[in-house]
Design a protein around this ligand. Structure first.
Ligand code: C2E
Ligand code: MG
Ligand code: MG
Ligand code: MG
Length: 283
């Protein structure tokens, strides 16, 4: 009987699916308390300026330290936060933390220090939070360009006029803007005409094979040339080897981010890394 035949396979799949579904619903439930219980933390990854060798930028990457599940990756819980709408509160918390941190690091390390904050497309659906951020930014001294918002191509493509208007408000409020994961989506820069963006971040899937895949090197070279012609600075994501670094330097990539320099680090470790890096620079 067909039903019987398919049964083992079926139960094999359902066990996996049940596990995933269970973990998801558990995470959805617990995510509500993650903020209150202070289980969320921000790690910082240095972004190295290829022209000067200095580090005055970092990307903020969120982690969830759960008491039984351990560290949960944002790849896993951000989609749940988006589904439940918790992304608004979580995103706002990240924004506030980064604003405070960027100002501290400006005072302590470099007057131009800047932190990049990832924004989910879902966050553009409720601009009440943005209004609060803008007010906060306006009242903070030395905050001009202390934050950069990273958005994905998708945000710009479904560019309703409302989204475009909101992006203008980010700029007016004194923030820079970056297009994240470039190359994974539509990979057209046509939208640049409508929105003023400062940085293009080339997705790490292109960087991964730049030294080994004959097609990826010219592709990345073309992206960088095009970005420069449009007045954008380029950040290469996911640089892990010296070979990748050398090639990117040769093509004139402006900034490098990746494990070659450092993984994302908790705040104290990031500060120590920064100090060690600065010391190296002087010599
Ligand atoms: P993203 O914004 O593209 O961040 C870069 C990701 O690449 C990070 O993963 C980072 O740890 C990883 N990475 C950096 N250098 C290397 C490298 O050399 N090799 C490899 N293999 N990976 C590298 P992470 O931290 O797991 O974050 C994943 C994604 O989660 C982020 O991708 C971003 O889309 C999202 N995310 C993280 N924090 C936030 C947040 O605060 N808000 C929102 N909305 N999304 C966030
Ligand atoms: Mg990013
Ligand atoms: Mg990215
Ligand atoms: Mg990504």
């Amino acid at each position: 009987e067909a039903k019987k035949l398919g049964r083992n396979q079926y139960s094999f799949y359902t066990q996996d699916m049940q596990y995933v579904a269970h973990r998801r619903s558990e995470q959805k439930r617990e995510l509500r308390n993650a903020l209150i219980n202070e289980e969320l933390e921000i790690h910082y990854q240095p972004v190295v300026d290829m022209n000067t060798g200095t580090v005055t930028k970092a990307e903020a990457l969120i982690r969830w330290r759960h008491r039984t599940m351990g560290i949960v990756s944002p790849e896993e819980f951000i989609p749940l936060a988006e589904e439940t709408g918790l992304i608004h509160e979580i995103g706002s918390w990240v924004f506030m933390e980064c604003l405070e941190q960027a100002l501290k690091w400006r005072a302590r390390f470099h007057p131009d220090f800047q932190i990049s904050v990832n924004l989910s497309p879902v966050q553009f659906k409720n601009s009440i939070y943005f209004d609060r951020w803008f007010t906060l930014l306006a009242s903070a001294a030395n905050s001009h360009n202390c934050l950069c918002v990273e958005i994905t191509e998708g945000v710009l493509l479904d560019a309703s006029e409302k989204t475009a208007a909101q992006l203008w408000r980010f700029r007016e409020a004194g923030m820079e803007m970056a297009i994240d994961d470039f190359g994974t989506g539509y990979s057209s820069l046509a939208y640049i005409k409508h929105v003023d963006v400062d940085y293009l971040k080339i997705d790490r899937t292109f960087i991964a094979n730049i030294a080994t895949d004959a097609a990826d090197y010219p592709l990345v070279e073309a992206i960088i040339m095009m970005a420069h012609k449009l007045g954008l600075k380029v950040v290469a994501e996911g640089v892990e080897t010296e070979a990748q670094l050398t090639l990117l330097a040769r093509i004139g990539c402006d900034y490098i981010q990746g494990y070659w320099y450092s993984k994302p680090l908790p705040k104290p470790a990031f500060e120590a890394w920064l100090q060690a890096h600065e010391a190296k620079q002087v010599v």
